[in-house]
Design a protein around this ligand. Structure first.
Ligand code: FAD
Length: 447
């Protein structure tokens, strides 16, 4: 490999704050909002032109239930509940009753606007089109991050940091212990299409199944659905781009281009083979939907067994019911539920239902995730992670990676960062009791 040595350069300090959140999906914005509500000065740094990450730039408009596995009691509150209530009031979100696949459908474009408003109202310093490139370490202490802005490089100094970049960009650049699971869940390019007759979805899936090879596509699996308030439009997530590690430049580039090609090919199949179908692309995602890349070694790795057996933790900061949901590399998807059932889709049509637990297993109402799974195992005392780079085995990751969960991680990281700064303690020494108290006082459901 060839290298070039750059001369040492001075980089302007462009901002100083108490808490710098890296990555501005709901995870990152919710972290900053919760910290700001407790009086912490915050900045959020986002490489794209809007907040919301996969939910906005990636067009994923489905959130899962906030209720326990029997749909009886609410187990998730906080900012997810707060923002969904605002959206539902205005018809920008709709809820589904007792549905394990869909809890809510939202209008992703409205979410962008609401997140802007949350950032402004909480006096959080926003940086859009600003990419985190590196960390600044002085005498073993993490002091800042190097960012690339439209004006050139700059440094943001802060007392604490939350890496919510999904890909654990800061942790990687700092040389922390990270890992990639094999296989990783493949990415999907989502789109919004016009005149997709959703009552014919099964018929369309059969056509995709039959004619994919003609359009150079592997057998696949996917989902699609409505967009609140936009009757003629549908959201499509009906493709996967296989054999891609989206933390690698070439693979991410391939994922973007293949994702667009496959989206178009699916519509071409409908135009060619479906009677009276005049479906058109209205919009494609700004960023391919990345499910999984690197994860960070933390003080605790969550396991699928812990989740499925509903293990409780003294430092629990998240409650969830969303199933273990693993999109396979190659083809198909597996779901493991808290009640002991297992579903496998081998392709777009065929499903088998079995059990992962004995027939007499009673099942659990919800699972939890401990705070320790967001504290990197490293020498930096002022760094937390939140979002899909969480320390979890492949099964647990399959459940924790969805937004009702990653949002809770963001909120917990924001509150924990506030405590770190207020009590001048290290991330690993944040008292769980205090953390859970403040989370509850701020609207989270703590069980
Ligand atoms: C196709 C698809 C379908 C899905 N379906 C569902 C679903 O139905 N329901 C559900 O709840 N979840 C679903 N998920 C999962 C869920 O959307 C994501 O796992 C979750 O949103 C991850 O959140 P995150 O904040 O960790 O990551 P992301 O949403 O990826 O956010 C990371 C943010 O950091 C920014 N960033 C990255 N690098 C940098 C950098 N260097 N500098 C500055 N900013 C940076 C990114 O631009 C992004 O805004 C789906 C995911 C995909 C891909």
């Amino acid at each position: 490999m060839e290298f070039i040595t750059q001369p040492a350069r001075k980089i302007k300090v462009i901002f100083k704050t108490q808490l710098c959140v890296l990555g501005g999906s709901q995870t990152g914005v919710f972290a900053a909002v919760r910290a700001a509500r407790l009086g912490t000065e915050c900045a959020v740094v986002e490489q794209g032109g809007c907040f919301g990450g996969v939910a906005t730039a990636g067009m994923v408009n489905c959130l899962h239930t906030l209720l326990d596995d029997r749909f009886e009691n609410q187990i998730i509150g906080g900012l997810t509940d707060e923002i969904l209530k605002i959206m539902r009031k205005n018809g920008d979100a709709i809820s589904y009753d007792k549905n394990r696949s869909v809890g809510f459908k939202i209008n992703s474009q409205i979410l962008k606007i609401l997140l802007d408003r949350y950032v402004t109202q909480h006096k959080i310093k926003p940086f859009l089109h600003t990419k985190v490139c590196d960390g600044i370490v002085e005498n073993g202490v993490l002091r800042g991050v190097v960012v690339e802005t439209v004006e050139g490089p700059g440094v943001i100094l802060a007392d604490a940091f939350i890496d919510a970049t999904g890909d654990a960009i800061l942790c990687d650049r700092l040389g922390l212990i990270t890992y990639k699971q094999s296989p990783m869940q493949p990415p999907t390019a989502c789109s919004v299409v016009y005149r997709f007759d959703r009552s014919r979805t099964l018929e369309f899936r059969k056509l995709w199944e039959e004619h994919s090879a003609e359009f150079d596509m592997e057998p696949d699996w996917g989902w699609s659905g409505e967009i609140p308030g936009c009757d003629d439009l549908s959201m499509l997530a009906e493709n996967h781009i296989f054999n891609c590690d989206c933390s690698k430049t070439d693979d991410l580039t391939k994922a973007e281009m293949e994702g667009r090609r496959k989206t178009y090919a699916l519509l071409q199949i409908l135009r060619k083979y479906a009677d009276n179908s005049d479906v058109k692309i209205a919009a494609m995602c700004d960023y391919v939907g990345v499910r999984q890349t690197r994860q960070v070694k933390c003080l605790h790795k969550v396991t699928m067994k812990e989740l499925l057996t509903g293990e409780h933790f003294a430092d629990a900061v998240l409650n969830g019911t969303y199933r273990v949901d693993v999109h396979h590399e190659g083809q198909g998807i597996s779901f493991y539920y808290l009640d002991g059932t297992k579903e496998v889709y081998s392709d777009r049509i065929h499903q088998t239902v079995t059990r992962w637990a004995d027939a007499d297993y009673q099942g659990k109402l919800f699972y939890q995730m401990p705070y320790r799974s967001m504290v990197p195992d490293c020498s930096f005392d002022n760094l937390l992670i939140a979002g899909r780079c969480i320390d979890a085995d492949n099964g647990a990751f399959g459940a924790l990676r969805v937004m009702v969960n990653t949002n809770q991680m963001g909120e917990a990281a924001g509150v924990a960062a506030h405590i770190m700064l207020d009590q001048k303690c290290a991330a690993k020494d944040v008292p769980p009791k205090k953390l859970r108290e403040l989370l509850q006082q701020g609207g989270s459901i703590v069980l």
